[in-house]
Design a protein around this ligand. Structure first.
Ligand code: IMP
Ligand code: MG
Length: 188
């Protein structure tokens, strides 16, 4: 299933649906309930730290279903510059907000792959002095992690393929696909 009205591939690229819109919506609702149960009983509100840009669709859908008081403090991390399909090492483009001190923090990312992004963020957020730190990712790639890192909440386990859509990009494109698809026809 490569033809889709939202498809915006380059000439040789092809996107095959891996997780469709309905399944994403269903799982995001389940995650929201799971998070509500865990975070709802904490002393004080929760600050979500979405990792831009990939998590923007996920976090937008998730927060509309969270019936607990939340704040949002995004950070920008780049690990796949341009046409790279393997992490070149996570680099934070914005400082970790000082306002996270004494807050319950939930880091929200699109995908856990090598673990580099999340381990860097957990360390930097931890250094600011939050009350607690947790992480939630929509996708978790079934690969040996080169960075051992804890992730308390995860939506889907997926195979070791390069995926795009629902916020995830390849060279800046495909973020607007409403589903998650496997991208083929790109070189490393
Ligand atoms: P990690 O640092 O290797 O765990 O990778 C996490 C980051 O790399 C995510 O925040 C994504 O931005 C990006 N990433 C990892 N795998 C993919 C993929 O298959 N497609 C698009 N982006 C990815
Ligand atoms: Mg990212």
């Amino acid at each position: 299933m490569s033809e889709h009205p939202h498809t915006n591939s380059h000439a040789n690229e092809d996107v095959t649906v891996l997780i469709d819109e309905a399944r994403i919506a269903e799982r995001v609702s389940e995650l929201a309930l799971e998070l509500e149960r865990e975070l709802g009983g904490l002393d004080g509100d929760v600050t979500l730290v979405p990792v831009m840009t990939g998590s923007m669709l996920f976090v937008a859908d998730l927060i509309r279903q969270l019936r607990i008081p939340i704040r949002i403090e995004p950070v920008t991390v780049q690990s796949y510059p341009g046409t790279a399909t393997h992490s070149r090492g996570a680099r934070l483009q914005t400082p970790v907000p000082e306002v996270l001190r004494d807050k319950h923090v939930l880091i929200v990312d699109d995908i856990l792959d090598s673990g580099g992004t999340l381990s860097v963020l957990r360390r930097l957020v931890g250094a600011v002095g939050p009350k607690s730190v947790r992480a939630c990712v929509l996708l978790s790639k079934d690969v040996p992690r080169s960075h051992e890192v804890e992730c308390e909440h995860s939506g889907f386990d997926i195979p070791d393929e390069f995926v795009v859509g629902y916020g995830l990009d390849y060279d800046g494109l495909h973020r607007n696909l409403p589903y998650i698809g496997v991208l083929s026809g790109v070189s490393e």
